[in-house]
Structure formats: structure tokens, C-alpha cells
Design a protein. Structure first.
Length: 114
């Protein structure tokens, strides 16, 4: 079992930046990938950034060049979000894959508005 706790969400103006962090606990040594998803009201959850252990990060076109995922160590993952747009407003979820099992955090709200 892996538990994930996110932090760093909030309200930011368009063009601003936010940094999300996620700390994993439990069976962290079997984690082979971590990432971030988001879900806006009435929409499906979508991938924002994905980072396999020892592999390259992947981003959808909607955030490429603006968002950067980083894994500082085995149990933390961060998401640096720059040049934020109103359409980035969503609940952001930390994700981990451990031995083929999928784990999610409780989510943190990001609101981009003037």
C-alpha cells in the first residue's frame, strides 16, 4: 500500500506560477512511476505529467513547455506550473504506480483567475 499526500494548491492569477508537492509513504520502494493528473468539474481525469523511475518525463501538449515534473527522491514528486491559464483550473491529483497497482492522493485545488 502507498499513501500520497499533496500540497501547494491555491489561487493564482493568469500567467502566474504554482508548485505542487506530493509525499508518498508506505511501500515506496516498489514505486516504479509517479505523476500528476487533474480533473475539472464535469470532465474526465486527464494526465498532466508522468515520470517513470529512471525514465523521461512525458506531458500532454496542453501543458508541455509550461509544466515540469521532478522526482527529488524515491518518495516525493513535484510539479512546477508556470504561465498558468484559466483552463488549468482543476483539482490536481498525485499518482503512483507500485507493482502494477494504482494509487491516488486526495487532490489539491488549483484555481487560475484574476
Amino acid at each position: 500500500q502507498v499513501q500520497l499526500v499533496e500540497s501547494g494548491g491555491g489561487l493564482v492569477q493568469p500567467g502566474g506560477s504554482l508548485r505542487l508537492s506530493c509525499v508518498a509513504s508506505g511501500s515506496i520502494f516498489n514505486i516504479n512511476a509517479m505523476g500528476w493528473y487533474r480533473q475539472a468539474p464535469g470532465k474526465q481525469r486527464e494526465l498532466v505529467a508522468f515520470k517513470p523511475s529512471g525514465g523521461d518525463a512525458a506531458y500532454p501538449d496542453s501543458v508541455k513547455g509550461r509544466f515540469t515534473i521532478s522526482r527529488d527522491n524515491a518518495n516525493t514528486v513535484a510539479l512546477q506550473m508556470n504561465s498558468l491559464k484559466p483552463e488549468d483550473t482543476s483539482v490536481y491529483f498525485c499518482y503512483a504506480n507500485s507493482n502494477g497497482n494504482h494509487y491516488w492522493g486526495q487532490g489539491t485545488q488549483v484555481t487560475v483567475s484574476s
